[in-house]
Design a protein around this ligand. Sequence first.
Ligand SMILES: [Cu+2]
Length: 299
Amino acid sequence: MFSKNARLWLGLIAAASLLTIASSCGGPKTEDTNAGNGGGAGKAYASKGDEGTITGKISFTGAAPEAKKIDTSADAACASKNPNLVVEDWAVKDGKLANTFVYIKEGTLADNTKIGDYDGKTFPGAATAAAVLDQNGCHYKPHVLGVMVNQEISITNSDPTQHNIHFLATKVNPDWNQSQVNGAPALSHKLVHAEVMAPVKCNQHPWMKSYVGVMKHPFFAVSAEDGSFTIKGVPPGKYTVVAWHEGGVNGTEKPMEVTVTAKGAATADFSFGASAALSGQPSSLPMMPALEVPMGMKH
Ligand SMILES: [Cu+2]
């Protein structure tokens, strides 16, 4: 039969092909947190023109936490451009809460298909342009951003100082850390896995934080200053809608079952309270040295 050498080679070839199979169907393990495919998988959604909306208000019950002033004296450019910068973890105005990320977590359409069966990019309203995350006045605008998987995020520096944007490594998305001097062109970044939420910080200015919700579908919104949000283009169906806010130990999520009828306007009002506010900062954003050497400068 086979010589010792031939058997060795056959064994090696078999092992190599097993490895190839493993790597082609394996890839990074994801813990994608919402339904719907954003990476081109899944079937195409065919609109019947009967999509509806989900609207609501986010309230804050109890006394609003004080918006603490940030000491920006470490960077004179920040201090002069934005002398009244305050902490944005609880943006409460007249009992309404901004910066809450509201999204469809899962659900079943009227024809019994699941939202996760579809290629999220084929839903009406799927993002086609880049989202913008601006470093402006030594804070991020917006403080909470929603994007689709693989959507370009254009990162701009509108300040007369250097920033260092840092998407922290999470269970699903890798670390990404880039410095951006005053006047530098926009940086571009994409998050390849769905996540609630991908935390962003600035290594230069430790008070700068932002959270990016990454979805496989376009059914998400961020509450405005008056607490309102609107999710458009939702196929008729029954959904679990979740409101996420950064308050609490790892952020706080509140789910709600919502039914959207054909061309209907469903309401989903959420309320966050003082108890969540008192439980402290999210632990997902550890403070880091303000002047950590940015990876972008190491080449
Ligand atoms: Cu900065």
